[in-house]
Ligand binder design. Structure first.
Ligand SMILES: Cc1cc2nc3c(=O)[nH]c(=O)nc-3n(C[C@H](O)[C@H](O)[C@H](O)COP(=O)(O)O)c2cc1C
Length: 190
């Protein structure tokens, strides 16, 4: 299959859409993020990459705490809004029903069905972004997105971002079992 080199500034996609919460200059603030990933299982560590200019980055450095709220498609407009303006320009928290768990400076979005509160573990300073590594202290879920106590993605209905094109997408059809469908290529046992 012939390949074309299309440059190197490319976003891995699809990207999860989440809302990061923290307290900046004493006030709760929320921003949308898509550069988000799990990093370690025990202790559970997650990573978020935030531009140096983000009001949220300032708050995480001040408080060493942050939250990750995972919106469903029902909160897509709220999530997009939190990515349109900086907290120093507009009080985004006015649109958010805030709740707190165990941490004082990790305000979470009650409208979102799944939320994590995190303590800052470490920061990697990159040329344009801070990569914040957080240890998850607690995860909170709305009963309605659980099946047998586990998060059920068909009930959660998260959405993803793709770039280029700046589009949000709901999840599509289920393809098959992870750690399962690839077994068709395993060397047969002798
Ligand atoms: C879908 C979406 C994803 C975004 N992902 C990121 C991200 O991963 N990192 C980042 O620094 N900014 C990201 N942004 C931009 C910030 O959300 C935006 O600059 C926001 O205004 C920052 O708010 P703050 O200054 O109050 O922290 C994203 C915006 C949108 C709409």
């Amino acid at each position: 299959m012939p390949k074309k080199n299309i440059g190197r500034n490319f976003n891995i996609y699809p990207m999860p859409v989440v809302i990061i919460g923290t307290v900046t200059d004493g006030t709760p603030n929320f921003m949308t993020a898509a550069w988000v990933t799990k990093l370690n299982s025990e202790p559970p560590l997650v990573g978020i990459s935030l531009g140096h200019r983000q009001h949220t980055a300032k708050g995480i450095q001040q408080t060493r705490e942050f939250s990750i709220s995972i919106p469903s498609i029902d909160q897509a407009i709220l999530a997009d809004y939190c990515g349109l303006v900086h907290g120093y320009e507009e009080d985004k928290a006015a649109h958010i029903d805030i709740f707190r768990g165990a941490l004082e400076s990790a305000p979470m979005v009650r409208q979102c069905p799944l939320t994590l509160e995190c303590r800052l573990n470490s920061t990697v300073e990159l040329p344009k972004d801070f990569f914040f590594i957080g240890e998850v202290a607690n995860v909170y879920a709305t009963e309605a997105v659980l099946t047998d106590g586990q998060v059920d993605v068909t009930k959660l209905r998260p959405f993803v971002l793709t770039m280029p094109g700046n589009s949000y997408w709901a999840l599509g059809e289920r393809l098959g079992d992870a750690w399962g469908i690839g077994k068709a290529l395993l060397k047969p046992a002798e």
